[in-house]
Design a protein around this ligand. Structure first.
Ligand SMILES: C[S@@+](CC[C@H](N)C(=O)[O-])C[C@H]1O[C@@H](n2cnc3c(N)ncnc32)[C@H](O)[C@@H]1O
Length: 292
């Protein structure tokens, strides 16, 4: 029996011709009612997305630390080649952003210093350099103990969405007592929490298997980080793009918060599809209070 494949129609899912070029359809490996995942090199695929269509870009690229992501990714480039490659995909991401859209780049402080400078040269508006306080491993002799990653936050002109977030008053993990005295103003403080700062001490590393995709050996970000970025910079039904899918943390949070998403991954997309289909991974609890 011959099964006739119905020709693809733009009406099959939410994405349409004024967001992506028809050629990108060839790379589609998965979609939901909210998002679409493309398998391929982001440098090629970003070119098939139309200018000024994306509300927020979140990018967590390989850090050039010689990690093994699979045979298609080289994570050990000479410094100048890594920087040039990063500038190439960043240039595309800036083109795709709507006016007022937000761009977040997660990387080592060493690389983000250079990339942040490039984004300013491209005319983006610097918002914050956020320190994500996570111990990076063992102390290095003759150096300070590295204990943060960098999250750059830029917008294309004045931000169109910036939602105020409050976080709970910090407490001692052991005794439950408050860590700061707030200079005698404790009673006057907002019961919904304190203003989010640009040092994020509350993002856990993804170590325990209940949070982690079983087939994934490379790093995976905490859902708490993505939840915050998405709440801060988008509203429901906005479009979030993450060109380095990994285990699909960004897409998972978009699904749970009713945002559209566009994903790209060069290596196997199986882990992402399983994660979105099964919804078995636990989330790191977020206590962020979002003011609207
Ligand atoms: C650091 S991981 C992202 C992890 C992700 N944020 C998460 O929480 O699971 C980077 C990912 O980018 C993918 N990658 C590397 N180069 C790529 C490229 N040129 N195009 C698309 N994906 C790429 C790697 O295979 C890897 O899965």
């Amino acid at each position: 029996m011959i099964v006739r494949q119905r020709a693809f129609q733009w009406t099959d899912y939410w994405i349409h011709a004024n967001i992506v070029a028809a050629d990108i359809e060839h790379y589609r490996v998965y979609n939901t009612g909210l998002g679409v995942l493309y398998g391929g090199d982001c440098l090629e695929l970003l070119r098939l997305i139309r200018s000024e269509t994306i509300d927020t870009v979140f990018a967590d690229p390989p850090f050039n630390l010689a990690k093994n992501y699979g045979s298609r990714v080289t994570d050990k480039l000479p410094d100048d080649k890594y920087i040039n490659w990063s500038k190439e995909w960043l240039r595309e991401c800036v083109r795709l952003l709507k006016p007022g859209g937000a761009l977040f780049v997660y990387n080592l402080p060493k690389w983000n210093l250079i990339l942040g400078n490039y984004l300013m040269e491209m005319g983006l508006l610097f918002r914050h350099s956020i320190a994500i306080n996570i111990k990076l491993g063992l102390p290095i002799p003759g150096r300070l103990y590295p204990s943060h990653y960098s999250l750059l936050y830029f917008t294309k002109g004045k931000p169109k969405t910036f939602r105020k977030i409050r976080t709970p008053i910090e407490r001692c993990r052991h005794c439950g007592g408050e860590l700061k005295d707030y200079g005698g103003h404790r009673n006057a403080m907002n019961p919904k929490g304190v203003n989010l700062t640009d040092v994020w001490n509350d993002i856990p590393p993804v170590r325990h298997w209940k949070f982690k995709s079983k087939k994934r050996t490379a790093n995976q970000l905490s859902t708490k980080l993505l939840y915050r970025v998405i709440q801060l910079s988008t509203k429901e039904h906005d479009i979030v793009l993450d060109p380095f899918g990994g285990s699909g943390t960004t897409y998972d949070i978009c699904e749970r918060t009713n945002r559209h998403w566009i994903g790209i991954e060069l290596e196997s997309c199986e882990v992402i599809i399983e994660r979105l289909e099964n919804r078995e991974l636990s989330l790191h609890k977020s206590e962020d209070y979002v003011e609207d």
